[in-house]
Design a protein around this ligand. Structure first.
Ligand code: ZN
Ligand code: ZN
Ligand code: FE
Length: 732
């Protein structure tokens, strides 16, 4: 014992207890050391100490666990290879030299290899590999770094790599890694089996390879993430500040959205039209070996077709990626749980999350109170589900959009998996209030028609409250795309006076028609038409024509009639749609190939430009404040027609939104005395808007809460649903 102390340490169901005796200085150092020398997978949730009578202990021992039950032990997320394993990987003297499945208790796969709980080798996909005597010795030795490392393996006994051709036939007689590197350098597209699924990989500097990948994957414009060898290489491609560097290097190894540096440093087809580049560092030993190749960066994008979940099985990959991948780099350690890469960003020096999955799920989120067991089934897009147990909320890995049968299967797999992981026996089921969502119907089936329906934007706000461990009434700002409103209209720019159980709608942006309904989301010019009609009234067509809003030959009079007659034209007020419309007025794009594309480009435009505030008006309809944004739309249109710099217009638009949002929040504050503002909803992924809102609100004395590890988008909805359902039931 380094600190010359005696006593014992014991693992108990409710935590670790250490009893030590010695001089007070040693004891003080001991507690400081615990915090400093925490293994990478461990985290201290709370720590208490108290004095007990001396019992004259002479030695320090590890006491056996207080109970044989291990059911309370949480399943850890998959994390990146640790420094010690990395050293061994490149040490020619080590018996695991260049072995792509090297791992230890501090690193490697966890969630993605589990079949069942508790987490023992027998319940993982490693169960079919019998340990060799060397591995077994390490596994059984309490002083070894691999003591009870369930996925322990070595070249003698563990999984191995194979390279397959496009039809799934073995390519024998080659070193799979060397050959994979050669093929990538030649511009081929490889499907590579990773931790939570397959990646499609290509040399990021090779234009024709990237174009090929895009056309084969039908992913025409959505940015592709890249993996680079180290932090230096990341800083070569993008701006990396302190917190971003910490995040890139963290054991979770998320994709971090970074500002691209100028110039075509890698293929311009990687992230066209957007200022950010998603970069991650290698996280498996295999990645480190592959990045020995002379690549500036490798594209590493989830291997799936549009809207389908990520591939995990070898045969499944060969089937589903037929015609996309030229070769497959596979291995025989099965992936049992799909888990995409997480995507994050840094704003105001703090982490924000776009997709919370590998590295984070299923690590529970600590709540500020104990809840009954709840199963919440999330939203329709970017779906995740959430189970609560005691004061923990377990968010599932990213499931995605619930459009395809594959996504729905994945959703059901997760429902059973997450209940087992959380040991959750649901007393309550929660879902979105949209009756047609697949997840809402599933909740209704599971609960026998008794699911608690939580309004979409209320769930957004409660999700942010839960993450920040706050309760009581707040001013909730849910700035979003669209979500089901109790009045049958599409809500999405909500100012709520809310606690966890209930909300009052205190304000929103004025409604506008969405000609074509869902179609307007894919074709933002339709929303622009609607905003212009509202802003200019009769004669709006002239402005639309001047801006060349619709595609060649658009009949604006016909559009006018469609809106007047309300033909497939629902009413909406989502801020995301206003972003679409303004992007279209600025001529950024008529159509988008993925949701949020126009808004992302508008954000990019607005990052640096001189700002002014456009005018808007605030009205009141039956006690609800309504922002009339038409004056702003009129001036934006005039500016666009006068060829004012689009950067300036975009920057001013963002600034105006933050002023408008503050103005409404401030009126609600005056009326209610509430001073806590909670920011949620997909629009707060927009860093320009997020930062500008926080600045204005804080300057004016608001206490502002934002998301950090839970996505502000619909990926965070299930957490809010669970907490709200529990609160509502407690009230009744
Ligand atoms: Zn390790
Ligand atoms: Zn072995
Ligand atoms: Fe939403």
């Amino acid at each position: 014992m380094k600190n010359r102390l005696a006593g014992f340490v014991q693992n108990r169901p409710d935590g670790v207890i250490a009893e030590v005796e010695g001089d007070s200085e040693s004891i003080r150092r001991f507690s400081a050391d615990i915090i400093r020398s925490l293994p990478p997978l461990a985290e201290i949730v709370s720590m208490n100490s108290s004095e007990v009578p001396l019992c004259g202990e002479r030695e320090f021992r590890v006491a056996s666990s207080g109970s044989s039950s291990r059911t309370d032990v949480h399943i850890a997320p998959d994390i990146c290879i640790c420094d010690e394993c990395l050293k061994e990987l490149f040490d020619p003297q080590n018996r695991r030299y260049r072995y792509p499945f090297i791992n230890c208790t501090n690193c490697g796969p966890r969630l993605t290899i589990i079949k069942d709980i508790p987490y023992d080798r027998i319940s993982t996909s490693m169960s079919c590999f019998a340990m060799c005597p060397d591995c077994r010795r390490e596994y059984n030795n309490p002083d070894d770094r691999r003591f009870h490392a369930e996925p322990i393996a070595c070249p003698a006994c563990g999984p191995s790599l194979r390279l397959l051709d496009r039809d799934g036939n073995d390519i024998s007689g080659v070193d799979p890694i060397r050959e994979a590197i050669n093929l990538l350098l030649k511009g081929r597209i490889l499907a590579i089996k990773g931790l939570g699924g397959f990646h499609l990989s290509a040399d990021a500097s090779n234009d024709s390879a990237i174009e090929g990948l895009r056309s084969r994957k039908f992913r025409e414009e959505k940015p592709l993430a890249v993996m680079v060898k180290d932090i230096r290489q990341a800083a070569y491609l993008a701006e990396v500040d302190g917190e971003e560097e910490r995040l890139l290097l963290s054991a979770q190894r998320p994709i971090v959205l970074l500002r691209k540096k100028k110039g075509d440093l890698i293929s311009r087809h990687i992230a066209p039209g957007v200022p950010d580049l998603g970069i991650m560092l290698p996280y498996t030993p295999l990645h480190y070996l592959l990045l020995e190749g002379a690549f500036r960066a490798l594209v590493m994008t989830s291997a799936n077709k549009v809207d389908e979940p990520i591939c995990i099985g070898n045969r499944e990959a060969v089937e589903r990626l037929r015609g996309i991948a030229d070769f497959f780099l596979v291995h025989d350690r099965d992936i049992l749980v799909r888990c995409d890469d997480s995507v994050s960003f840094v704003s105001e020096g703090r982490q924000g999350m776009i997709r919370r999955s590998r590295g984070y799920a299923p690590k529970p989120i600590l709540l500020n109170k104990r809840l009954p067991d709840v199963l919440a089934l999330g939203s329709h897009m970017k779906n995740t589900i959430c189970c609560t147990k005691g004061s923990y909320a377990f968010l599932s890995p990213h499931i995605g959009d619930m459009e395809t049968p594959q996504a729905r299967d994945f959703f059901h797999e997760n429902i059973s998996l997450m209940q087992r992981i959380a040991q959750c026996r649901p007393e309550l089921f929660a879902c979105d209030s949209h009756p047609e969502y697949y997840s809402s119907k599933a909740a209704s089936d599971l609960s026998g028609g008794n699911a608690v329906r939580v309004q979409h934007h209320h769930a957004h706000v409660v999700s942010c409250m839960a993450e920040n461990r706050i309760s009581g009434q707040v001013i909730g700002l849910a700035m979003d795309g669209t979500g089901y409103g109790p009045d049958g209209k599409a809500w999405g720019s909500e100012f709520l006076i809310a606690d966890e159980a209930e909300f009052i709608r205190a304000g929103h942006f004025g409604y506008f028609p969405l000609p074509g309904g869902e179609k307007a989301i894919r074709e933002p010019w339709r929303t622009a038409v609607s905003l212009l009609k509202r802003a200019f009234g009769n004669g709006w067509q002239e402005y639309a024509a001047g801006l060349r809003l619709g595609p060649e030959g658009t009949d604006y009079d016909l559009m006018d009639r469609i809106i007047e007659l309300k033909i497939n034209t629902p009413q909406a007020c989502g801020l995301g749609r206003i972003f679409d419309g303004v992007a279209s007025i600025l001529g950024l794009r008529r159509r988008v190939s993925f949701e949020g594309q126009a808004a992302m480009e508008l954000e990019a435009m607005g990052r640096n430009g001189a700002v002014r505030s456009y005018p808007f008006e605030v009205g009141c309809e039956k006690d609800v404040l309504v922002i009339d944004f038409s004056p702003a739309i009129r001036e934006i249109t005039m500016d666009a027609l006068r060829n004012v710099s689009r950067h300036e217009i975009a920057a001013s638009f963002h600034f105006t939104l933050s002023i408008a949002i503050f103005a409404i929040a401030n009126r609600i504050r005056k009326k209610t005395g509430l001073n806590r503002a909670v920011l949620s909803g997909g629009c707060f992924q927009n860093r320009t808007l997020l930062e500008s809102c926080i600045r204005v609100m804080k300057e004016n004395g608001f206490e502002v809460f934002r998301h950090r590890i839970v996505p502000a988008n619909d990926g965070g909805i299930s957490l809010g649903q669970a907490v709200s359902a529990a609160a509502r039931t407690a009230v009744c």
